[in-house]
Ligand binder design. Structure first.
Ligand code: AVI
Length: 320
């Protein structure tokens, strides 16, 4: 299966430019998308296996327990679009549950990740047309037409990846979904719910140190790719829940005053100074409904686990 490039090629990421801009800003930041090089993606898979990291297994259990009800709400012959292609088992559960989906369209910027995910699904679901699209899902794309006519578009965005965007960016992404789904479409979105802060913090500070390794891998990546000279031993992972903003804020914190070179430029750190590398926003049902409303969408169904840790929300266009 060959990936269909979007009409406009995805922009090449400018890691050096983004890193230097973020590290020169006050406070220092780095875009969270750079956490996912090959090693970072492996470490993220390992995070999902940690006992403290409840979102993945909770979302999977909802997909399993509520499959029939989701199938009924979505209906037959959907064209299933997935933003990103990193969620193999969740996609399988959804495609298994839906009645006669006509096509699967993963939208993913990395050719290799796209091809790997589609190769596996194509053998498991030979009757579903695979239409991979190599593009940045943050930009609106024209969806490919399936051979068999689709009843409606269903956009699948699991994993609470929406929570890695701040509210305005999340609303922009929901607005893109609203455009892409058309007037008859829907989106099924995984969100992590607000709960006991201790449980949330534990999920981002696992005892085995896998999340710390994932975060600090960004320093190794800059050393490799940007000719930087970070000493990992002089930095610490810190993930704290900000209850007012309702989000985990992950920082890489400098243990001492030091100057590091990145792409030939000196970057000075004071002792205790942090680089913000990720937000993981947690929502109440009403927080999410308000964001959806700003994007012209309404929550028509919501499925949660018994402990109300996580939710899968079905959103559809707001009636005119
Ligand atoms: C991908 N994303 C939804 C994860 C999260 O929970 O925010 C990334 C992650 N970062 C640390 N642990 C997991």
């Amino acid at each position: 299966m060959t990936a269909v490039p979007a009409p406009q090629e995805p922009a090449v990421e400018d890691f050096a430019g983004d890193a230097l801009a973020g590290l020169s800003a006050q406070p220092k930041t780095l875009p969270s998308k750079y956490l996912y090089d090959t090693r970072g993606s492996e470490l993220f898979e390992a995070i999902c296996e940690q006992p403290e990291y409840y979102p993945t297994r909770t979302e999977l259990s909802i997909l399993q327990d509520e499959a029939a009800s989701m199938a009924e709400a979505v209906g037959p012959r959907a064209l299933v679009v997935e933003y990103g292609s990193g969620s193999g088992i969740k996609t399988q559960r959804l495609l298994d549950a839906l009645p006669d989906p006509v096509a699967y369209v993963p939208i993913e910027i990395s050719h290799s990740a796209l091809n790997a995910s589609v190769a596996e699904l194509a053998t498991q679901f030979p009757e579903i047309e695979m239409l991979p699209l190599c593009a940045d899902f943050l930009q609106p794309v024209r969806l490919p037409a399936s051979e068999r006519p689709a009843e409606r578009v269903l956009i699948f965005f699991p994993g609470s990846t929406l929570g890695n965007f701040d509210t305005d960016a999340a609303v922009r992404l929901l607005t893109t979904m609203r455009t892409e789904m058309g007037d008859n479409g829907a989106a099924l979105i995984g969100i992590d719910l607000k709960k006991d802060p201790a449980m949330i913090e534990a999920a981002y500070n696992d005892a085995a140190g896998v999340t710390a390794d994932f975060t600090l891998n960004l320093l190794d990546r800059m050393n490799r790719e940007l000719d930087a000279d970070f000493d990992r031993e002089r930095f610490t992972h810190r993930a704290r829940y900000n209850a007012i903003a309702g989000r985990i804020e992950t920082h890489i914190v400098s243990d001492c005053a030091q100057t590091v070179r990145v792409a030939g430029r000196p970057i000075a750190f004071t002792e205790g100074e942090g680089i913000l590398v990720e937000y993981s926003c947690k929502y109440s049902q009403s927080d999410f409904a308000a964001m959806a409303h700003r994007a012209g969408l309404v929550v028509t169904r919501s499925w949660t686990d018994a402990d109300r840790r996580f939710a899968l929300q079905l959103v559809e266009p707001l009636p005119e």
